[in-house]
Write a protein of this length. Structure first.
Length: 363
């Protein structure tokens, strides 16, 4: 968690430098095009291809994680009334109208509501865990990875932590939409500190109380015994998941339209709204299907994180900064940025192999 926190903060700096080096760019592909355009004569373009293989791939497969989170929260809230299939349909019906908001600035209030929902969920989880009877055998906090956890599942757990600190694939649009892009790194610092504090409290209490009895394939909210605190936790989680799902569907739709039509654009007229509705409905339908077919929560998160979160957070931003703004980095920071590229790519490859194995074994 400490390493992810430091990495997230530095990733924020890289994106801030990129925003200054290529002002007005609103997509990762735009950065890739700028890098390819700045390459020396005779060298093959590579940046846009790298974006499609990593960042755009993870954008297109990330919404199912939030669809699955909604299903987990709904079935935990109504265990005797909703099947997983019904919960998936209900989550889709809730998100589809919300997804018709096209501009990220229109989602600001929703984002704050999502943050509040997660704060409520985290607090309620801690209260629910603290009230659980503690077996003498589990009084001592256990390690993050249990002794009998297979190596592939341990790697998936680590990639889940990476996912928890992910989301950088959406940062380009955030930086491009800010009135003062240089402030972005401060925003990242503040949010990384808040996330780490919340993760540390929930994680420490959770592993101390549950120990080896914790089901790593499901969120902690799904393994809590019924109580008012558990219901409040799942309600807060549902609110957060729905609004995070909404944001990811928004980015998915913009990305899909950018790839297919050569630009996301503004879809405010009648035909544009119909196209946007069709695109978001397709995203939600595919997400619901994947969430139904792949119910392994931890494994699915790990695969998504391995696919593009490491590359999108570290490898590509570092490589793009070195190509577009090498003078901004000092000698030491330049070496750090160069080292980030192969380290992130190797970790991504190893994580992908082991995460897929864990997902298959867990299914």
């Amino acid at each position: 968690m400490a390493l992810c926190t430091l990495g997230t903060v530095y990733s924020g700096r890289l994106f801030t430098v990129l925003g200054a080096a290529a002002p007005g760019v609103a997509t990762f592909c735009g950065y890739g095009a700028a890098v390819d355009g700045a390459r020396p004569p005779g060298r093959r373009p590579w940046a846009k291809t790298a974006v499609y293989l990593t960042v755009y791939s993870v954008i297109l497969v990330e919404p199912p994680v939030f669809a699955l989170t909604c299903v987990e929260a709904l079935t935990a809230l109504f265990p005797s009334r909703l099947t997983r299939a019904t919960a998936g349909l209900l989550a889709s019906a809730i998100v589809l109208p919300l997804a018709q908001l096209q501009h990220l600035e229109d989602l600001a209030a929703c984002a704050w509501a999502g943050v509040a929902g997660m704060a409520v969920a985290a607090g309620a989880v801690v209260v629910a865990l603290a009230r659980l009877p503690v077996d003498p055998a589990t009084r001592v906090p256990t390690a993050l990875v249990a002794r009998h956890t297979p190596p592939a599942a341990a790697a998936a757990a680590l990639m889940d932590v990476v996912f928890a600190y992910g989301g950088q694939v959406n940062w380009v649009r955030y930086v491009g939409g800010m009135a003062s892009p240089p402030l972005f790194s401060r925003c990242v610092l503040a949010t990384a500190a808040a996330m780490t504090a919340a993760y540390a409290v929930v994680g420490a209490v959770g592993y101390a109380v549950l120990g080896s009895s914790f089901d790593g394939a499901a969120p902690v909210t799904s393994v809590l015994p019924p109580s008012a605190a558990a219901s409040l936790a799942n309600a807060g989680l549902l609110l957060h998941a729905v609004l995070a799902y909404q944001i990811n569907v928004n980015v998915w739709a913009h990305t899909a339209l950018h790839v297919v039509r050569g630009g996301g654009g503004d879809h405010g007229d009648g035909r544009g709204r119909s196209l946007w509705l069709t695109t978001t409905a397709l995203c939600i339908a595919l997400s619901a299907l994947v969430a139904h077919l792949v119910p392994n929560f931890s494994g699915l998160m790990a695969v998504v994180a391995s696919l593009g979160d490491l590359a999108g957070a570290y490898a590509l931003p570092a490589a793009f900064v070195l190509a577009l703004a090498p003078g901004v980095l000092g000698r030491g920071e330049g070496r750090l940025a160069k080292a980030l590229v192969p380290v992130a790519l190797v970790a991504s490859g190893v994580g992908m192999v082991l995460s897929v194995k864990a997902l298959v074994d867990g299914s």
